[in-house]
Design a protein around this ligand. Sequence first.
Ligand code: AMP
Length: 147
Amino acid sequence: MDHYQNILLAIDFSDDGHYVAQKAKYLADQFNARLHIIHVLDNIPMPDTPYGTVISLNEDSSYGLLETEKNKFIQLSDQLDIAPTRRWMVWGEPQQEITRLAAQERIDLIVVGSHGRHGLAVLMGSTAKGVLYQTGCDVLAVHLKGI
Ligand code: AMP
């Protein structure tokens, strides 16, 4: 059986995100695998204009939110010792972007939380479930309810 070589951590910075991150780091160390990280920006207002989609930089709240997300992302990536070329912060819809990146980077294991910012579903959060159905690689959903 082949060992995992490329592990992708999907992080949303919800309360239990650090626990998901620790699991991904542990697995990467155990398998001597390359650890990648993705955070999808899906909650910042981006008005459409004739020139395309733009961030409304004149709105302090949007700009501040983006800076905060970016700083948290850099800090966590540094803590996990993830190489800059394996850090991905992208705009879009989380499920789509996570699975797209997994295919692009030949990821063989995606690590997500069972739940996140979208709240509790019956068994798994919407992103975890969606990624599991959409990707061709293994998915570890770190159980978060009640930790
Ligand atoms: P949720 O669908 O909100 O319950 O989230 C479940 C898990 O999907 C989270 O614990 C994260 O691992 C991942 N996830 C959700 N939203 C994002 C996002 N915007 N960027 C990266 N990963 C995410």
